[in-house]
Every structure is written in C-alpha cells, then in structure tokens.
Ligand binder design. Sequence first.
Ligand code: SAH
Ligand code: MG
Length: 204
Amino acid sequence: MTDIYEGIREIKKYALDHQVPIMQDEGIDFLTDYIAKNQVKKVLEIGTAIGYSAIMMALSNPQLTVVSIERDRDRYLEAVKNVKEMHLDQRITLLYKDAFDVSFQEKFDLIFIDAAKGQNIKFFEKFSYYLADSGTIITDNIYFHGLVDTPLEEIESRSLRSLVRKIKNYICFLNDHPAFQTTFYRIGDGISVSVKKKGRKRKS
Ligand code: SAH
Ligand code: MG
C-alpha cells in the first residue's frame, strides 16, 4: 500500500525529472483552501498533466469529485497510473481529449484552467457554460514567471512575446467581463479567481 505522502513525493519527483509544469506548493495550498472555504464539491480541470493538482484537490476534501482533461497521451497515462495508486479513481475522472472537443451534461462548482496559456480566453468562453450559478473559474500562471510585468518590447523571442501578449489580453478580458468579478493573486505563478456574479441587480 502506498502511503499518501510518499505517493505525493514520488509524483512531484517525476514532475521535476520530466519537466512537467505542475502547480507550485503555494498555489496548491491556495486552491485547496479555496475549495474548503467555499464548499466546492464538483471540479472541472483543464490540463491534468500527470494528475498532481487533481489528486491534491481530491485529497483535500473526501466529498470532492474531479473531472480532468488532458490531450497528451503520455501524461494522461501517467495520471491514470497515479490516480489509481492513490486509490482516487472513484472520485477523479480522467479524459484523454483535447479540451475543445469535450462537452458535458453537468455543471461544476469550480473550473480550474491550467492548460495552454495562450488559449485562456477560449477556454474561459467555452467552459463558463458549464459553471454552476455563483461558481468560480480559477486560472493558474496568470503572471507567467513574472513576464506579464515586463514591457512586451523587452521580450526578445517572438513566440514568447506573442504568448505574453495573450496572457495580458486574458487579464484585460477578465477585468472587463460583465458576468464575472475577478481577483488576482500574486501566489505561486499568479492565480486569478473569477466569481460568477449573481443575477443582475438594478441600481436604486
Ligand atoms: N494542472 C496540472 C498541470 C497542468 S500542465 C498540475 O498542476 O498538476 C498543462 C497541461 O495542459 C499539459 O499537460 C498540456 O498537455 C495540457 N493541455 C494544454 N492544452 C490542452 C488542451 N487544449 N486540451 C487538453 N489538455 C491541454
Ligand atoms: Mg500551472
């Protein structure tokens, strides 16, 4: 039988050895705290990688279920193995798919976006449809190694510049979104928390 802490240590070591960008400790603490404080029961995660964040979320609350999507075959298979070894396969459902090809019949309390950083607006637009009333969308890597604070013209690589521009656009998109209230946190690699506003209130 795998001890939980030993299992987590091994997953983190694998991530380090294979350069899998799993969430930082501070970020995971924030996420699991948020889940506890807000009685989150159903999570949808975009970007499983090897299952680390899904496992940490599930371990933080025995009532929680997670559906998580991953398009990379090797990572998906590693995640399946990890979830099984942690005995969480009853509560974590892994989908080997491109997130843009999935649809659901259910809604989720929390949607965690942690996939291709240039596609965040598209993920947000697609998956907000599956968010329960007054649910939350949390996005990881919103400051992207601090590069979001760097003026674009100082970033030499063209592809990196384009990616950083997209992340900056995502921040504007969240700030301007009429149906969500977003707060940004300088935690880990930067985290945004977007809460769906309750039905529109009239000004009196
Ligand atoms: N949430 C994980 C880390 C995810 S890393 C953790 O903290 O443990 C980001 C992952 O998103 C990568 O494995 C990548 O393959 C996946 N990804 C990127 N774009 C995707 C898409 N369109 N559909 C599904 N998975 C995607
Ligand atoms: Mg991340």
